[in-house]
Design a protein. Structure first.
Length: 337
C-alpha cells in the first residue's frame, strides 16, 4: 500500500519521519558543508523547545536528532534520546564520529538508540574534501565491537565527489570489514559552493554498478536513493519502480512523509531550506502544518524554491560537464502544474 501511495503521491495525513535540529555546532569543518553560509544560528536547541515539539508528536514517528552540527556535542543529547524512546519513537542520529568525550561510545550503546549513521567520505583520515578524521575512525571502528544484539543499527554515509569512485569502494570495504550493516551514498550539493565537483549521470551510474558489485560480494547493504535501497525483493521492486515514484518524479522524494524542525521550532520541508518556514511547531499543531496551504504550495512548486537541487530526485538535474562544472540540462525539467 505504501508503494502505491508513493507512486500516486498520496501523502500520509501526518509526517512519519521528523528530523529535529538539535544543534548546529560542530567540531569539524568539512569543505562541502553549508552550515557557515546558510544564515542559521550555530547553537544548541533549548531543552524546553525540544520537549514541546516531541510532546506534540504521536509516538510512532521516526525521529532523527541531527542538525547541521555534531549531535553528541549537545549537553543533553542522551536525555533527548531517552525522552523520545520513553514515548515510543524510533530514534536515529547522524554523527561525524569525532566524539567530544571517550565515554560517548559506551553511552550510545546503553542509550537504546535505534540507528546511528557516521558520515565518512574517506578512510584515509584528513582529506581535502568530505568528512574524514583519523580520530573519528577510531570511534567508528569501536562501535560495532561494543554494540549488543545488533543495536544500534550501524550505517556509513558517503558523499560522492567528482573523483570519488575509488574512495567509495574503500568506504564499502571498510564498513564490511568492521561489521557495519549498510553504506548510504548521496550526491554532492553544489548550491552553496559551485567549485565542488561530482560525477555526471553516466559516470555516476557506472560508479554505482561498481560499488553495488563490491557491496554484494562483501555482504553489506548499499543504499543509494537514485539506484537501489534495502535488500532482496524490496530492492528489486525499488529498482524497477524508482523512476515512477511520486508521479514519475514530479515531486521530490523528500516531500512524501518527512519534515524538518529547526532549533527554534520552525517547520521547514527540508534541512537545506532554513528560510522556507511553513509553520511554527511551538505555537501550532504539526499535523495541521503538514497539510496547510504553505506546505501544499511548496510540494506543488518546489522547483521555485529548490532550483536545480537533485539530492532527493532520481534523475540528475544539475549535471556536471567533463571539466567538473555544471551546465544546463539538455532536457526540460518536468512540469509542475
Amino acid at each position: 500500500m505504501d508503494t502505491l501511495n508513493r507512486l500516486a503521491y498520496r501523502i500520509p495525513g501526518r509526517p512519519r519521519q521528523v528530523q529535529l535540529e538539535v544543534t548546529n555546532r560542530c567540531n569539524l569543518d568539512c569543505p562541502m558543508c553549508p552550515r557557515e553560509v546558510m544564515d542559521i544560528e550555530l547553537e544548541h536547541m533549548e531543552w524546553d523547545t525540544f520537549r514541546t515539539v516531541v510532546d506534540k508528536l504521536h509516538g510512532d514517528e521516526d525521529i532523527t536528532l541531527t542538525g547541521w552540527g555534531e549531535p553528541f556535542l549537545h549537553p543533553r543529547i542522551f536525555d533527548m534520546i531517552r525522552y523520545c524512546k520513553d514515548r515510543g519513537h524510533t530514534v536515529r542520529i547522524t554523527s561525524n564520529g569525532l566524539f567530544p568525550k571517550p565515554e560517548i561510545a559506551d553511552a550510545i550503546v546503553a542509550s537504546g538508540l535505534d540507528a546511528l549513521t557516521f558520515s565518512i567520505d574517506s578512510v584515509e583520515g584528513e582529506v581535502d574534501s568530505g568528512h574524514a578524521s583519523h580520530k573519528a575512525l577510531k570511534n567508528i571502528e569501536r562501535l560495532p565491537k561494543i554494540r549488543q544484539n545488533g543495536k544500534p543499527y550501524l550505517r556509513l554515509q558517503a558523499t560522492l565527489h567528482g573523483d570519488g569512485g575509488d574512495a567509495l569502494c574503500a568506504v564499502i570495504e571498510y564498513g564490511a570489514r568492521h561489521g557495519y550493516d549498510a553504506v548510504n551514498v548521496g550526491r554532492v550539493d553544489r548550491k552553496y559552493d559551485a567549485s565542488l565537483t561530482r560525477p555526471g549521470p553516466v559516470e555516476e551510474a557506472r560508479i554505482f554498478e561498481q560499488a553495488d558489485r563490491r557491496a554484494r560480494a562483501l555482504g553489506i547493504q548499499l543504499d543509494w536513493l537514485q539506484y537501489g535501497v534495502s535488500r532482496g525483493l524490496v530492492r528489486w521492486f525499488y529498482k524497477l519502480l524508482r523512476k515512477k515514484l511520486h508521479r514519475s518524479g514530479r515531486y521530490c522524494l523528500k516531500t512524501f512523509d518527512y519534515t524538518y524542525i529547526t532549533r527554534e521550532g520552525q517547520v521547514t520541508p527540508c534541512c537545506l531550506l532554513p528560510e522556507k518556514k511553513v509553520g511554527d511547531a511551538l505555537a501550532g499543531d504539526l499535523d495541521a502544518i503538514w497539510s496547510n496551504a504553505d506546505y501544499e504550495h511548496f510540494r506543488e512548486h518546489y522547483r521555485d524554491t529548490c532550483g536545480k537541487c537533485d539530492l532527493w530526485t532520481v534523475d540528475m538535474v544539475d549535471m556536471p560537464d567533463s571539466a567538473g562544472t555544471t551546465s544546463t540540462p539538455p532536457r526540460p525539467e518536468p512540469a509542475l502544474s
